[in-house]
Design a protein around this ligand. Structure first.
Ligand code: ADP
Length: 190
């Protein structure tokens, strides 16, 4: 089973992904984490993308596409991936379909976590204190939310059309969201 978890910054994608990974024995593929790692390690790629990330914009579709192919092509992760933070654009969604097809896989469910901008602002300012992410200041957070608003509608429409989309209330408590998501995954496992 391959899962896509979708939602604005601060929606709780990472938190829920970690829960799903444990419960259903999957692997989390967070493009944000992979990219932050490149920046932290000051790799050639990291140096190229750090200012883009810190300004709240998206890294190019090509760069993230290359990062995810390394995962999708690895047999160890075959049909066991939760895509956290990917795809974020319609092009990425189509690229992901093609890539999965190439490795004889598909997406089984797309979980969208819905949260308001007010909640996002609150969560990101709390996360800033705990994790000290350089893109978690309020200005960048708002920019990231705007970036999300711009590109998310087309991605959501795309998955709605293929009947994969399930919307989850991301304002509920973490455990409540855990159980709602579990139920949805169980229901498609049959
Ligand atoms: P959040 O969802 O809280 O914004 P992420 O960790 O998912 O955090 O992403 C952080 C940043 O990494 C994004 O603002 C963007 O610059 C970059 N990024 C992550 N995933 C992608 C992607 N699929 N395409 C382009 N850029 C991405």
């Amino acid at each position: 089973m391959n899962i896509v978890i979708f939602g604005p910054p601060g929606a709780g994608k990472g938190t829920q992904s970690k829960f799903i990974v444990k419960k259903f024995n999957l692997y989390q593929l967070s493009t944000g984490d992979l990219l932050r790692n490149e920046v932290k390690n000051k790799t050639e790629l990291g140096l190229k993308i750090s200012s883009i990330m810190n300004s709240g914009q998206l890294v190019s579709d090509e760069i993230v596409g290359n990062l995810i192919e390394k995962f999708v092509s690895n047999n160890k992760y075959k049909n066991k991936i939760i895509f956290d933070g990917y795809p974020r654009t319609l092009i990425q969604a189509k690229n992901l379909d093609n890539l999965l097809k190439k490795y004889d896989q598909n997406i089984n469910i797309v979980l969208k976590l819905s949260v308001s901008l007010d909640t996002i602002k609150k969560r990101i300012s709390e996360r800033q204190i705990q994790e000290k992410r350089s893109d978690d200041n309020e200005a960048t957070a708002i920019k990231r939310y705007e970036t999300y608003e711009k590109s998310s509608a087309l991605v959501l429409d795309y998955y709605k059309q293929s009947n994969l989309l399930k919307v989850v209330n991301g304002e509920a408590t973490i455990t409540k969201i855990n159980s709602e998501i579990s139920g949805l995954i169980e229901s498609i496992k049959g």
